[in-house]
Design a protein around this ligand. Structure first.
Ligand SMILES: [Fe+2]
Length: 120
C-alpha cells in the first residue's frame, strides 16, 4: 500500500507506470492474502454465501461479515487497477486510497480483536 501511495502521489507519466505496477502488485497480493485467510482463519458462513441465514451463530455471522469486507476491499483495489491500467488515471487511484486505507485498518483491527477472542 505504501508503494501505491508513493507512486500515486506524483502524477507524471513515469509515475503512472510505477502506479500501474504497484496497484497490480497490491491487487494480486490482496487476492492471495484474503483467499488464504478465508481458507485457514475465517469461519465459514452458515449458508456458504454472503447473505444472512436463519439461525446463524455469532461466529458464522462474524465470518460472513469479514468475508464481505474482503469483497469490498478487493472491489476498491480492482477499481484502482482498472483506473490506472485502462485510463492511466493516477489521480483516480489517489482519490480512492484514503477510503481503502481506512477500510483496511478497520478490517484488520476487527479481525485481530474479534477472531482472536474466539468466543464470538
Ligand atoms: Fe482479512
Amino acid at each position: 500500500m505504501g508503494r501505491v501511495l508513493a507512486s500515486a502521489s506524483v502524477s507524471t507519466s513515469g509515475d503512472a507506470v510505477a502506479a500501474r505496477a504497484a496497484v497490480a502488485e497490491l491487487d494480486d497480493a490482496l487476492r492471495r492474502h484474503t483467499a488464504d485467510e478465508e481458507e485457514t482463519l475465517i469461519p465459514a458462513p452458515a449458508s456458504g454465501r454472503l447473505v444472512p441465514s436463519a439461525g446463524e451463530t455469532d461466529r458464522e455471522r462474524l465470518g460472513r461479515e469479514l468475508r464481505l469486507e474482503h469483497v469490498q476491499i478487493r472491489e476498491i483495489v480492482g477499481m484502482m487497477r482498472r483506473l490506472v491500467e485502462e485510463k492511466d488515471d493516477v489521480a483516480g487511484v489517489r482519490g480512492l486510497f484514503g477510503g481503502l486505507a481506512r477500510r483496511w485498518d478497520a478490517h484488520v483491527e476487527r479481525e485481530v480483536r474479534e477472531l482472536a477472542r474466539g468466543d464470538a
